[in-house]
Design a protein around this ligand. Structure first.
Ligand code: SF4
Length: 326
């Protein structure tokens, strides 16, 4: 039985906007297993980034975590509900035990400071080094680990002096600087060109192995999922639609939305004649459809789908789906 490092239970996040309350994620539950790479996939606006940010309470106003638990199992066997921690306590965990790599390296780095200063500062904040000057040799070795060329010289560079791929390596370096147990990578390759994307994914895989970390990878790219993850969570309109291993999801998708996603992109495991788009658009989450949120777009929708929210059910070992067809 795989051992969970995180148990996310009934997590709901709402955004209180002038237009109304956006129910960005509602009663989202899943486990993250120690040492795995878990991919969160779905269209833009499905709630994958909000879910990953809510894990360490990184939700800013007008957003609010309205319910749920995030149980973190520490290496020493103790557990804590991260959502119960105050701001100071969660800051200790964030960037230290649980680190983020965000999509856009340009906005993750401060243009006013050298990259060496920024990585050293993140280590100083968490007490890994005494002061920034003394930490620079450690920063250089981190830059070497993330394969930044000429790290002794680059450590003195400002972000604008680096290419997009180099900046993302620096952001990853900041992420691993404190030896985190969980690395949350939110679309880490989206802003990069295709060759650099492959290098960054390879680097993430390598660092995960080296540090024995758990990775949560947020992506809309199923090719990235097939290459990088062991398990997948498919989200739709703020709810979990399906959970399974990469093989279960790619070879035997159950949820009509997952099937639609796979038909809409080139699938490395299945040969298809023609790619098909999922009809319709993602619903407005101020007034989401009742029952199954996918019913207005689902070719298999029945009467019950409009009325009753489908529960997540385990159909085969480790393969869960929220759909009335099962
Ligand atoms: Fe389609 Fe109904 Fe299943 Fe929703 S519950 S995915 S509408 S069949």
């Amino acid at each position: 039985m795989p051992e969970p490092i995180l148990e996310i239970k009934d997590l709901s996040v709402y955004f209180y906007t002038y237009a109304g309350v956006v129910k960005a994620i509602e009663k989202v539950s899943f486990d993250v297993y120690r040492g795995e790479t878990l991919a969160l996939v779905g269209e833009t606006g499905c709630g994958k980034s909000v879910t990953s940010r809510a894990i360490t309470k990184l939700i800013e106003s007008p957003g609010k975590i309205v319910s749920g638990q995030v149980i973190y199992h520490r290496n020493d066997g103790s557990t804590i509900d991260l959502l119960k921690l105050n701001e100071e306590e969660i800051r200790e965990i964030r960037g230290n035990e649980i680190a983020y790599i965000f999509q856009d390296p340009h906005s993750s780095l401060d243009p006013l400071y050298t990259i060496g200063y920024q990585i050293a500062e993140s280590m100083e904040v968490h007490g890994r080094i005494k002061n920034i000057k003394e930490g620079i040799p450690k920063v250089i070795s981190i830059l070497r680990e993330v394969l930044l060329p000429d790290p002794e010289r680059r450590v003195k560079n400002y972000p604008h002096e680096l290419s997009g791929g180099m900046k993302q390596r620096v952001v990853i370096g900041t992420g691993i600087a404190n030896n985190p147990k969980i690395l949350i990578a939110d679309e880490p390759t989206t802003a990069l060109d295709v060759t650099v994307q492959a290098q960054i994914l390879e680097l993430l895989n390598e660092l995960k192995r080296k540090y024995n970390a758990t990775v949560i990878l947020i992506t809309h790219n199923l090719g990235v999922v097939a290459e990088t993850a062991q398990r997948v969570i498919v989200m739709y309109a703020g709810k979990v639609a399906e959970i399974g291993t990469v093989e279960q999801i790619f070879k035997n998708p159950l949820h009509p939305y997952t099937k639609g996603l796979l038909k809409a992109v080139p699938n490395p495991m299945i040969k298809v004649e023609r790619l098909e788009a999922i009809p319709g658009t993602v619903p407005n989450l101020i007034t989401p459809p009742g029952g199954c949120r996918f019913h207005p777009r689902c070719p298999f929708a029945k009467e019950i789908c409009r009325k009753k929210v489908p529960e997540l059910k385990e159909i085969e070992d480790g393969h869960f789906v929220a759909c009335h067809l099962y």
